[in-house]
Design a protein around this ligand. Structure first.
Ligand code: ADP
Length: 386
């Protein structure tokens, strides 16, 4: 008889996404090996096979990957050259660098999506203030949006440009030579998220479309399904995301962030190729969570059912506030709401930092939202007198 085989999935990055992937891996009986930024980061607290090291160092990543069946990610910051080297050495990287570059570099993403006819805002790579001013003039004037092509997250690296002076100031402050993408300012009504997952053999499934509510550039709430979408719109947006996953050869979760205008039309804001904050609702609101489906995809296992368990699921992020001892605050939350689901990430509470989330589900959207807000607010130290 052959030895029983354990799959080893190497995850680069030790944040809460890796922590929740780790939880999913426990159920599947597979081993997760973690390349963590430090010994106490969120996922390193729970995973027992941890290498602490620098993911920008080729030798560290190569050594880490050597005994893994497949490498996947908690974030998209691993340099492409390192991932290419891994592939050349015969290591499976999922998603691979050729796909991942579209989540790493906004200029590459815009070029590719526009070329494929996926709706995007008008855009142009701009090298100096005069370029940006010219772009704004071509749009019929300000405002326009400028984005660092690489390295931004949670709204950092995105600037609203209201005047020629703003354009000059922006370039005066940019010293690291990162390319800048100028975009038409989209006067959107709301933001939507289309999550899909695709396996190497080409199977793909689409989660229901979520509405994502952002506060100061950070996702604070999602509602699934997005209220007010027609069935045709929902299918169109799911198709759009499945098409992007197919065209780019994505393996694993793909989040397509959409901006929806008042007339119902959408443009793509950006892509992420990993479990995504707008998919945390799936832990409790869907038949298969995004974390499990991501693992299934990178291992080329059949994908699980992405559909909802309840008419409405709401996720509210818990951002660091005045409550330092989050586990103690659970007493109130759970005493009040027996169906509340809470996930705490084990992170030190710092102002505005994502330290956990809550999920609620049920039949009445207003009530489901109220419950989520009450619990998240309580965990943030905000009294809502509800
Ligand atoms: P990050 O990479 O930091 O998440 P995003 O590209 O998602 O940055 O942009 C952050 C936020 O800025 C978006 O959620 C959206 O609210 C707003 N935004 C981005 N692009 C545009 C645009 N072209 N027009 C108007 N608002 C935009």
């Amino acid at each position: 008889m052959s030895e029983p085989r354990t799959f080893v999935v190497g995850i680069v990055g030790g944040g809460q996404l890796a922590r929740m992937m780790y939880a999913a891996s426990v159920r599947l009986g597979i081993t997760v090996r973690l390349l963590a930024e430090g010994p106490a980061v969120s996922a390193a607290q729970v995973c027992h096979d941890v290498v602490v090291g620098d993911y920008t160092d080729p030798a560290t990543v190569r050594e880490f990957a050597a005994d893994c069946d497949v490498i996947t990610f908690d974030h998209e910051h691993v340099p492409t050259s390192i991932l290419r080297d891994l592939e050349a050495a015969g290591i499976q990287v999922r998603p691979g660098p050729a796909a991942l570059i579209h989540a790493q570099d906004k200029a590459v993403m815009r070029e590719r999506l526009s070329g494929a006819g996926v709706p995007c805002p008008a855009w142009r790579v701009v090298a100096h203030a005069a370029d940006l001013q010219e772009f704004a003039a071509a749009q019929g004037g300000y405002p326009v949006v400028a984005k660092a092509a690489r390295g931004g997250y949670d709204g950092k690296g995105v600037w609203k440009i209201d005047s020629d002076e703003d354009a000059e100031e922006l370039f005066a402050g940019i010293t690291d030579g990162v390319p800048v993408v100028a975009e038409e300012f989209v006067d959107f009504d709301r933001e939507l998220s289309a999550l899909v997952v695709r396996s190497p053999s080409g199977q793909a499934v689409a989660y229901p479309i979520s509405e994502s509510i952002q506060t100061h550039g950070i996702c604070t709430e999602t509602i699934t399904p997005a209220p007010g979408l027609t069935a045709d719109q929902a299918v169109d947006f799911q198709r759009l995301a499945l098409g992007v996953a197919h065209d780019l050869g994505v393996v694993g979760m793909l989040a397509v962030e959409l901006m929806q205008r008042k007339d119902g039309s959408v443009v793509v804001n950006e892509l992420a190729m990993r479990p995504h904050n707008t998919g945390h609702w799936t832990l409790d609101g869907s038949h298969t969570s995004q974390f499990e489906n991501h693992l299934r995809a990178v291992l080329d296992l059949p994908l699980g059912d992405p559909t909802t368990r309840a008419p409405w699921t709401v996720m509210a992020n818990v951002l660091g506030g005045s409550v330092a001892d989050l586990p103690s605050a659970l007493l109130h939350c759970f005493a009040r709401d027996r169906r509340l689901r809470v996930e705490l990430y084990g992170k030190e509470v710092k102002p505005g930092r994502k330290v956990g989330h809550v999920n609620t589900f049920g039949d009445d959207l207003d009530e489901v939202r109220r419950r989520a807000h009450h619990a998240a607010n309580y965990l943030m130290g905000i009294e809502d007198h509800d």
